[in-house]
Design a protein around this ligand. Structure first.
Ligand SMILES: *[C@@H]1O[C@H](CO)[C@@H](O)[C@H](O)[C@H]1NC(C)=O
Ligand SMILES: *[C@@H]1O[C@H](CO)[C@@H](O)[C@H](O)[C@H]1NC(C)=O
Ligand SMILES: *[C@@H]1O[C@H](CO)[C@@H](O)[C@H](O)[C@H]1NC(C)=O
Ligand SMILES: *[C@@H]1O[C@H](CO)[C@@H](O)[C@H](O)[C@H]1NC(C)=O
Length: 418
């Protein structure tokens, strides 16, 4: 038995209530959905899409309510179980079809887990351009060889516009972006970026942390008049922050990834969390790490560019585990060619911007080959094609975004509801 407020009941029309002894357990034929415990309700949850984007979710108000319309206050296992406002759109029957007939608002039926084959998610094969796409150039509606991308809790897209030496922000449906860091002058001064390759937004203060590749530094950008250099003498391709407030940076030259406690970065060497044993191709080594991803267990995933593989280094691990590629450079489904942007979902699927194969490929744990997700239709500028895949991320609704490097655009591939 449990209690739901009228507000919750109202909000749950067209959504599924689930009850599960195991919170976050399977509640849908879509394996990407799970049962989120509802704040303030005992043994009741809402079956919702499980993407973990703590940085994009707003904490609930003290009354366990959400002031935003169409949001419900749930506990999210990926966000320290603290109550966060979750978009009801993600708890839709269309996205998370129930395993058994929809359990109405008062049932205490325990859902059975199914052993039938898990249906994988699908994304539209024709992308929609959400940034750039107007040839290369430095106008506000253009990009020039962009790489890392980041989506914040407002669904604003931040793009490391590498050859324009700037960071752009594109609001949803915008026809042009705004410059939020740098400009078109290359330079060494603190206010100048030199071929930035990756970007994250710090949700606490909306500052940007930028892999300022060509200046050999990582900078924190508070606004156009105030910036700080966090890390010097590092050819850094990618930066990430984990949920415990650690900053991670890949170091291309030293074949390693290091991490720092946020707020205690400047002047500190950091701790090696992947590689750090020089160049090589065995499990202790990396060869030019580019993009990284950090999961909630603080495992670090590394695009091991020169080895055409992706490695996972668990917390405190002394060697990495192969998660993708590792069968030489090539275009078969078992191979990668210069892996670039990375994203790992809650189920441990790794999405890889497979740079020279012009595709995004997904590897599941323990598999010997990946599955093609989008692209892979040869080089070109059609909507189902990419010309060098450099960055990859998702929004809170599970739509896929890919930086299409030589088409100077970012493509959005909509999640197809099942
Ligand atoms: C963007 O455009 C689509 C299609 O026209 C529309 O459904 C959506 O609401 C728009 N989003 C925003 C944030 O304006
Ligand atoms: C880029 O440089 C051109 C030429 O120097 C200048 O006119 C333009 O304002 C600059 N754009 C930005 C965004 O700084
Ligand atoms: C820029 O950021 C700094 C640090 O947060 C702040 O002290 C300053 O007021 C900001 N300046 C502007 C113009 O917003
Ligand atoms: C796409 O490619 C064709 C053929 O190379 C070219 O003519 C066209 O201008 C390109 N379109 C864009 C938007 O870049």
């Amino acid at each position: 038995m449990f209690h739901l407020s009228l507000v919750n009941l109202f909000v749950l029309v067209n959504s599924e209530v689930c009850t599960k002894t195991d919170p976050y357990g399977r509640c849908s034929t879509n394996s990407a959905c799970g049962c989120f415990p509802m704040a303030g309700a005992q043994n009741a949850g809402v079956c919702a899409f499980l993407w973990k984007f703590c940085s994009q979710l707003i904490p609930c108000e003290s009354s366990q309510d959400c002031s935003q319309p169409d949001h419900i206050c749930v506990h999210h296992h990926r966000c320290n179980h603290r109550p966060v406002c979750y978009p009801l759109l993600m708890a839709n029957e269309a996205i998370c079809p129930p395993i058994s007939p929809i359990t109405s608002t008062t049932t205490t039926q325990i859902l059975e887990t199914t052993t039938t084959s898990i249906k994988l998610n699908n994304w539209e094969q024709n992308g929609q351009t959400v940034a750039g796409g107007n040839q290369k150039g430095d106008n506000l509606n253009q990009l020039y060889a962009a790489q890392g991308i980041f989506i914040d809790q407002n669904n604003d897209l931040f793009v490391a516009d590498t050859q324009n030496n700037r960071i752009m922000k594109w609001k949803p449906n915008a026809t042009e972006g705004t410059i939020v860091a740098g400009g078109n002058e290359t330079g060494k001064g603190i206010a100048k970026l030199n071929r930035p390759t990756d970007i994250i937004v710090v949700s606490q203060d909306n500052s940007l942390i930028i892999a300022d590749w060509g200046n050999w530094q990582v900078v924190q950008w508070f606004n156009q008049t105030y910036q700080e250099v966090l890390i010097q003498n590092i050819i850094c391709h990618s930066v990430k922050i984990d949920k415990y407030g650690f900053l991670y940076a890949s170091d291309l030259n030293n074949h390693e990834v290091r991490r720092w406690k946020m707020g205690d970065v400047k002047g500190k060497k950091g701790t090696v969390v992947a590689g750090g044993n020089g160049i090589g191709s065995d499990s202790k080594h990396l060869n030019k790490p580019t993009f990284i991803f950090v999961d909630d267990e603080q495992s670090v995933y590394v695009s091991d560019w020169g080895n055409h593989r992706v490695m996972k280094w668990g917390k405190d691990a002394r060697y990495g585990i192969l998660v993708a590629g590792g069968y030489g450079k090539g275009s078969r489904l078992s191979q990668l060619d210069s892996p670039s942007g990375l994203f790992v979902d809650h189920a441990g699927h790794t999405y890889i911007a497979d740079y020279n194969n012009h595709r995004v490929i997904r590897w599941s744990q323990g598999k010997r080959e990946g599955e093609l997700i989008v692209g892979g239709n040869g080089i070109g500028n059609q909507s189902n094609q990419l010309n060098i895949a450099s960055g990859v991320t998702f929004d809170v609704e599970g739509n896929l975004y890919v930086t299409d490097y030589f088409n100077h655009r970012v493509q959005k591939f909509g999640l197809i509801s099942q």
